[in-house]
Write a protein that binds this ligand. Structure first.
Ligand SMILES: O=P(O)(O)OC[C@H]1O[C@H](OP(=O)(O)OP(=O)(O)O)[C@H](O)[C@@H]1O
Length: 99
């Protein structure tokens, strides 16, 4: 009998990370896989992952389609240690194409 796994995340965005991890853990014999995430950004989902066994999806908050930082979430390793969730302005992460 396989073990039950709870994958804890800060954010589920496209779903690619969780999708790959579920496939890997299932191959390793997990009998149930749950996902527990602080933030969930369904507007950006491209990978529709399937939980395993009696696995559940637990989410703290639904996040609108903003670039959020803080509480462990970064932009190029910046802002990760902010003690709050911040929304990054687009001009901070969009490349300047004028040059
Ligand atoms: O749903 P997805 O689009 O796959 O994105 C979610 C993943 O992205 C972030 O990690 P990231 O790869 O930025 O690395 P980090 O944990 O070092 O910040 C976050 O911690 C999740 O693991």
């Amino acid at each position: 009998m396989g073990v039950g796994v709870v994958k804890v995340e800060d954010i589920v965005d496209t779903g690619n990370t969780v999708s790959c991890l579920i496939a890997h853990l299932e191959k390793k014999g997990a009998s149930s896989i749950s996902v527990c995430t602080f933030l969930d950004k369904p507007a950006r989902r491209t990978a529709n992952f399937q939980l395993v066994g009696d696995g559940k999806f637990y989410r703290g908050f639904e996040c609108p389609d903003y670039f959020v930082v803080g509480y462990g979430m970064d932009y190029a390793e910046l802002y990760r240690n902010l003690p709050y969730i911040g929304v990054l302005k687009a001009e901070m992460y969009k490349k300047d194409t004028s040059n």
